[in-house]
Design a protein around this ligand. Structure first.
Ligand code: MSK
Length: 636
């Protein structure tokens, strides 16, 4: 198996801060991972059942221990039930994200959210049409109101059309899911139904639990599309722009504010407000004013729309503060380690939580609401300015390896470039290049970072291996962060790593886009909620060819995933017909039935499946093999 150059991270700025953490005697996620070894084998295999208080029960199907739980639940039932429960949590996180955005759009339409505006009217009209809302002779705020109402109705709808499902699934896939009885009818009750089925003494048919998981996944892809597309309406649809990434984006002579989490509602306004308070920072001696940087997917949101530098992805979040130069770590929701408070306590960093239903113990809480967003943002920036006065210059050490990265490749940005090649039928040039072999296929990298894998290693290794073989790479979430920090989102990466066919395509696209060189071989499509941007592009290709997604040479890879959100994203990718690689062993191996369904049987029913492969080179080989199988099926 190929080895990484460093035992914890291949991000060289992270390596530097891991070393500083040791000197500063600050514990990191890697220390806690080491302290946790060996991890529980029952949990690892999905066989620990904590559903009721007769338990916990630990099933031991291969050894001499019990073969069923106290209630009689088998290994298959326990594993399937645990999996469905995880997916419910992942889908709930996406649902709350989208609900928050839709609700803000509604408040805006009622003039109750003065900090917000419709930044992309064309996108609003496009969304309205796809939701089958007439836009003729209507004021823009009236259209916004209807779009928000139709979206919010999707959460609890019991009759009629599931509008966002129709907007994101192609008709062939809808038919397929309907024929299997797993077409969801709304968002909220699918989650509630999933949870109710896992109550003690409820469903004990593991296959039916897995079908419920597949139905939930189809609902999840719909709610993610809502979150992304309504964010574009409110904050603008991303277009390509150059920025920088890794811990070097922090500045010694600035008040550094790191925005972390997922929700663009907060970070957008903090950026706006900080721009008006630069002079206050300079008066405190911060010659470069206020420097906003991003962490995790809030970082991706800002990088995509405004070219804000990205400091860290999930696993390196603590390291931003270990630079000793972060005044405020402002967090909204999801993927925020509770440990950030302890890390901050070694420095002058103020951790500020902002959402009333996502408080962080030990953090200062500034309650953030769309109606009073500007006031909240000002309070946050003032806390950062106060913290700057407490900074200890002796503790500051910022890495100096600035890495350029190009973000902003939304669906609209990609199709805009393609339109320059064929205005009438923009998807045709892409299909021609795939059919001709210059692009062998497409792999979408998504997902997190995970201490079970050397940080960023699988992303960098796999993407280089695939690009070399003329596979175009798309990326979202912490995968996009890893590939930004490692230089894979630059023209130079195309020149250095792409195969000749892909290089020629990216050069032509770069000319069409007017970039200084070829487009990067990794197109950054945004945060982890933004995966449906890629689905829309894939649907366009499939519909033009008159086939479903299970025929396309398109795969998904989450080689360092960890979160429940990433688990369900991988699942919906398989449910819509794509092969999905994961680079960590999922907590299902205690059930041969569940393992076989996910890695084999699912393909026969849905066209997609999971491929578990821990070696990144071997994983790239397997995905390339899947691409070739699909090219053969298409006769290209
Ligand atoms: S932040 S879900 S660690 S991608 Fe979206 Fe990263 Fe995974 Fe969170």
């Amino acid at each position: 198996m190929i080895q990484a150059s460093h035992p914890k991270s291949v991000d060289i700025t992270a390596q530097q801060m891991i070393f500083k953490a040791e000197l500063d005697k600050v514990e990191t996620v890697w220390d806690r991972h080491a302290a946790m070894q060996p991890q529980c084998g029952f949990g690892e295999t999905g066989l620990c059942c904590r559903v009721c208080w007769k338990g916990p029960c630990r099933i031991d199907p291969l050894g001499n221990g019990p073969k069923v739980g106290i209630c009689g639940a088998t290994a298959d039932v326990i594993v399937a039930r645990n999996l469905l429960r995880s997916f419910c949590v992942g889908a709930s996180a996406h649902t709350e994200h989208a609900r928050h955005i839709a609700h803000t759009l509604y408040e805006l339409s009622q003039n109750n959210a003065p900090a917000y505006s419709i930044k992309d009217e064309a996108k609003l009209i496009d969304v309205a049409k796809r939701l089958k809302i007439s836009t003729e002779d209507k004021e823009i705020l009236d259209i916004a109101k209807e779009v928000a109402e139709v979206s919010m109705a999707d959460f609890g709808k019991h009759h009629g059309e599931f509008a966002w499902l129709n907007a994101v699934l192609n008709p062939l896939r809808k038919e397929k899911l309907a024929s299997l009885g797993i077409l969801p009818h709304n968002l909220d009750s699918v989650v509630v139904n999933g949870l109710s089925r896992t109550h003690v003494g409820s469903e004990s048919d593991p296959m039916n639990l897995l079908l419920a998981a597949a139905r939930l996944a189809a609902a999840d892809v719909s709610v993610m599309a809502m979150g992304t597309e309504l964010s574009d309406v409110l904050f603008g649809t991303p277009m390509p722009s150059l920025t920088t990434a890794n811990l070097s984006v922090l500045k010694k002579d600035a008040v550094n504010i790191a925005l972390h989490g997922h929700n663009p509602l907060l970070c957008e306004i903090v950026c706006d407000v900080a721009a008006t308070m630069q002079e206050e920072a300079k008066k405190l001696g911060a010659k470069e004013g206020i420097n906003i940087v991003g962490v995790c997917c809030t970082g991706n949101e800002m990088m995509m729309r405004h070219g804000v530098p990205l400091a860290a992805n999930y696993l390196s979040q603590e390291l931003t503060m270990i630079t000793g130069a972060v005044e405020a770590m402002v967090v909204d929701t999801q993927c925020i380690m509770p440990a950030v408070v302890e890390t901050a306590s070694h420095y002058h960093t103020q951790v500020i939580s902002t959402m009333d239903d996502n408080k962080i113990f030990g953090a200062t809480h500034v309650s953030f609401h769309p109606e009073s967003a500007v006031e909240g943002a000002k309070q946050i920036v003032r806390l950062a300015l106060e913290a700057y006065k407490r900074r200890n210059p002796d503790k500051v050490d910022i890495p100096n390896h600035v890495q350029q990265a190009m973000g902003g490749f939304s669906y609209e940005a990609i199709t805009a470039v393609l339109k320059k090649l064929d205005n009438e039928n923009p998807i045709k040039p892409l299909i021609d290049q795939i059919a001709g072999g210059n692009i062998q296929g497409v792999v979408l990298f998504g997902g997190c970072s995970n201490t079970k894998v050397v940080h960023d290693f699988n992303y960098v290794t796999m993407s280089r291996e695939l690009i070399k073989r003329n596979v175009l790479v798309l990326a979202t979430g912490c995968a996009a962060g890893a590939l930004a920090k490692s230089g894979m989102q630059t023209s130079q990466a195309t020149l250095d790593y792409a195969g000749d066919g892909l290089k020629a395509v990216l050069a032509a696209l770069g000319d069409a886009a007017g970039t200084a060189g070829p487009l990067p071989p990794v197109l950054n499509m945004g945060s982890c909620v933004d995966n449906t941007r890629a689905v829309r592009l894939a649907n366009d290709i499939a519909m033009t060819l008159g086939v479903d997604l299970d025929m396309l040479p398109v795969c998904v890879s989450a080689p360092e995933l960890m979160s429940e959100k990433a688990q369900i994203i991988g699942t919906w990718a398989a449910v819509i017909g794509l092969p999905v690689h994961i680079g960590v062993v999922p907590h299902v191996t205690g059930s041969s039935l569940v393992t076989k369904f996910l890695t084999q049987d699912m393909e026969e029913v849905l066209g997609g499946k999971f491929i578990v492969e821990l070696d990144p080179i071997e994983a790239a080989n397997k995905l390339y093999g899947e691409i070739q199988k699909r090219r053969q099926k298409l006769g290209i």
